[in-house]
Write a protein that binds this ligand. Structure first.
Ligand SMILES: CC(C)(COP(=O)(O)OP(=O)(O)OC[C@H]1O[C@@H](n2cnc3c(N)ncnc32)[C@H](O)[C@@H]1OP(=O)(O)O)[C@@H](O)C(=O)NCCC(=O)NCCS
Length: 213
């Protein structure tokens, strides 16, 4: 298969596989930069972010955040994007693909909006949609998967809205707030994505036709 990280990294192809920006209505995704680090360090000091995203309740140590930032966000091997809200261009979070499996055409999706003011405003759902479009329509992958803690209802709702389905549960995988919760594994396949796009286009067409009548 062609989509190895090394192949994607090679210029000039990199701009095709990992475009410098992906534009949405409410967000712009752009490649991460070194000066994004202070915001990422600040987000990881937020105990609520740790509660939602980490097995350990304690926030990540600064050295851990820096290592994560360098390897998973900044490295030329990382298929990562900083999320900027529109208008204004404020950096509010990041999204990445990991575990790119070229033999099976699959990848794992991750998203963290670190600025609390940006939660619940549709930016995460739009970002997921842009990343899925990139995965299926540009990278031509077959499957995108993710995992999420079952108490993270906002994340699960957002993933369902873009077409992810629950596929399995790691029962009682995490102890949080005094009880055990499952870790939910979700996925979406290329055909499912394409038929959703088709349905949405049909709906738009029908709405335009009724407006014209
Ligand atoms: C999870 C995350 C990406 C979702 O993005 P978002 O922009 O905040 O979410 P959206 O505004 O797109 O909302 C998604 C849906 O969840 C609903 N929702 C919002 N807050 C909710 C809550 N506290 N509980 C349940 N549902 C909630 C929204 O109403 C919306 O559904 P609707 O359109 O049917 O009404 C973002 O909140 C985030 O990064 N949070 C912190 C880190 C995290 O949890 N990452 C995911 C780890 S797996």
């Amino acid at each position: 298969m062609w989509y190895t990280i090394a192949a994607m990294r090679a210029e000039p192809d990199r701009d095709f596989w990992h475009p410098p920006t992906i534009e949405g209505r409410g967000v712009v995704l752009r490649r991460p930069r070194a000066d994004d680090l202070p915001a990422v360090e600040r987000w990881y000091r937020d105990p609520e972010l740790a509660r939602l995203t980490r097995y350990q309740v304690r926030p990540m140590a600064t050295a851990e955040v820096d290592r994560f930032f360098r390897t998973r966000l900044l490295s030329a091997d990382a298929l990562a994007y900083a999320i900027e809200e529109r208008p204004g261009g404020r950096f509010v979070g990041f999204t990445t693909f990991s575990a790119l499996d070229a033999d099976n055409g699959s990848v794992l999706f991750h998203i963290t909006i670190g600025e609390r003011h940006a939660w619940g405003r549709g930016l995460g759902t739009e970002t997921a949609e842009l990343m899925l479009r990139h995965a299926f329509e540009r990278l031509a992958l077959h499957r995108v998967g993710l995992s999420v803690f079952s108490f993270n209802e906002r994340a699960i709702r957002s993933y369902e809205k873009v077409g992810f389905r629950a596929e399995g549960r790691l029962r009682d995988a995490i102890l949080r707030d005094g009880r055990y919760w499952d870790e939910v594994q979700m996925g979406i396949l290329r055909d499912e994505w394409l038929s959703r796009r088709h349905d949405t286009a049909d709906q738009r067409m029908t709405a335009a036709e009724s407006a014209a009548r």
